[in-house]
Design a protein around this ligand. Structure first.
Ligand SMILES: [Zn+2]
Length: 316
């Protein structure tokens, strides 16, 4: 862990200890500003974490309840129309990757709490995303055969962590080939981990589209890093999801979140040329433009009150 990582960990541990005394949370003003936050999957409390992209059901409910209590939550429509609360921090809640658990686990909770959300979906309906299969394989080495070692040998990197960073930077065909290889994990392993990879079907999207609190937007067809794609390939990735979304009646096909947050000046320029209204990034941005939006990913390993402090501050 880096020095910065250790310092942050100590800070959050100290603040969690302070929270045990029940002091009220002091949040400085960011009146009228917007903070966009990003979840991925929601799993049951009894599921073992296999990566930091998932949040347990009870922690999800807790952090949403706190956000609702302290901030003003806006829908994508409110955000697009600039209908913001002038005296509070406005929070737009987004989900990436379009997991099926967004419908089965998250949606009942957001209905109960009456919280609007935006889900950025891919075009995948045939097989899971490589990242999820990769995490299942690395969390279950004895059941996943030799696939990760084969990939390490093929790539020339030394560790699983390096391999995970190497894969998305390869050409599209290589990433899709690795995705297909990983899809051959044993059926029993896939079945018991389905909450971590199952994606929304067209039927599921149709159901979510009927829910007034849910907006469905674009995350690229195959969850590829856009920095590896040609202009034509970027357009193809985007149009496939635009069509998928317009088929179920969503009007947000031109609201886009970059897979992995990967972007360059070239991707930004091309996406503006094909009329993308908004480009959502991760925590960093190569430039500032009115259609670029930085987001903060929810970290499931810190307490909901600490997450609230981080959301309010706009950085970890
Ligand atoms: Zn993603």
């Amino acid at each position: 862990m880096t020095v910065k990582g250790i310092r942050l960990r100590l800070k959050w541990a100290l603040l969690s200890a302070v929270d045990l005394f029940g002091f009220p949370l002091k949040l400085k003003d960011r009146k009228g500003e917007v903070q966009i936050i990003c979840f991925h999957g929601i799993c049951a409390d009894t599921d073992e974490y296999i990566n930091g992209r998932f949040c347990k059901e009870s922690a999800f409910r807790e952090v949403l309840t706190e956000i609702k209590q302290h901030f003003h939550i806006v829908s994508l429509d409110d955000f697009l129309a600039n209908r913001l609360h002038p005296d509070k921090l406005n929070v737009l809640i987004t989900f990436d990757d379009g997991y099926r658990n967004n419908l089965t686990i998250a949606q009942p909770i957001i209905e109960e709490l009456q919280i609007p959300i935006t889900i950025f979906v891919t075009g995948r309906t045939d097989f899971p995303l490589w990242t999820d299969l990769f995490d299942i394989a690395s969390a279950n080495p004895s059941e996943s055969g030799n696939i990760l070692n084969e990939l390490i040998a093929h790539s020339g990197v030394k560790t699983i962590k390096e391999l995970k960073a190497w894969i998305p930077l390869q050409p599209k065909e290589v990433v899709l080939e690795i995705n297909r290889k990983l899809n051959n994990l044993p059926e029993t392993l896939l079945h018991k981990n389905r909450v971590f990879w199952e994606l929304l079907s067209d039927h599921d999207l149709g159901l979510l589209q009927t829910r007034p609190l849910v907006s469905l937007a674009n995350h690229g067809a195959n969850h590829l890093s856009f920095v590896t794609l040609s202009d034509e390939e970027m357009t193809q990735e985007i149009n496939e999801v635009r069509t998928r979304l317009s088929n179920i009646g969503s009007v947000y096909g031109s609201i886009f979140a970059y897979p992995y947050g990967h972007h360059t000046e070239k991707t930004i320029k091309h996406l503006s040329q094909i009329d993308m209204k908004q480009q959502h990034l991760a925590e960093y941005a190569v430039e500032d433009a009115p259609y670029l939006f930085q987001r903060m990913a929810i970290n499931p390993f810190i307490s909901s009150r600490n997450m609230l402090r981080i959301i309010h501050k706009g950085q970890f």
